[in-house]
Design a protein around this ligand. Structure first.
Ligand SMILES: [Zn+2]
Length: 92
């Protein structure tokens, strides 16, 4: 928990789990979480010394039913970083 990267990860998660009225809406996830019908049910933290977000997104895509095109991927070449699983949520 001592590395700068892990502190950055914790800061990011705290930001995402804070109420929307306390933050400026910046990322796609901010706008999604501003909807009162949406809530975070689970967070899986994967500390790493390299950026693995896109690799993880491609792996999760394989498990999903659909992807929300362009969501969370405006700064990379992925189709999406948001996926729909229906009733088959794989991370129970
Ligand atoms: Zn990506």
């Amino acid at each position: 928990m001592g590395s700068a990267l892990n502190k950055k990860l914790i800061t990011r998660v705290r930001r995402h789990t804070s109420p929307s009225y306390l933050k400026k809406l910046h990322w796609h996830i901010d706008y999604l979480l501003a909807n009162s019908e949406i809530r975070i049910s689970k967070s899986i933290l994967i500390p790493s010394s390299v950026r693995e977000e896109c690799i993880l997104a491609q792996t999760i895509k394989e498990l999903s039913k659909e992807e929300v095109l362009g969501f969370g991927s405006s700064d990379c070449n992925c189709n999406s970083h948001l996926f729909y699983f229906g009733d088959n949520e794989p991370f129970n």
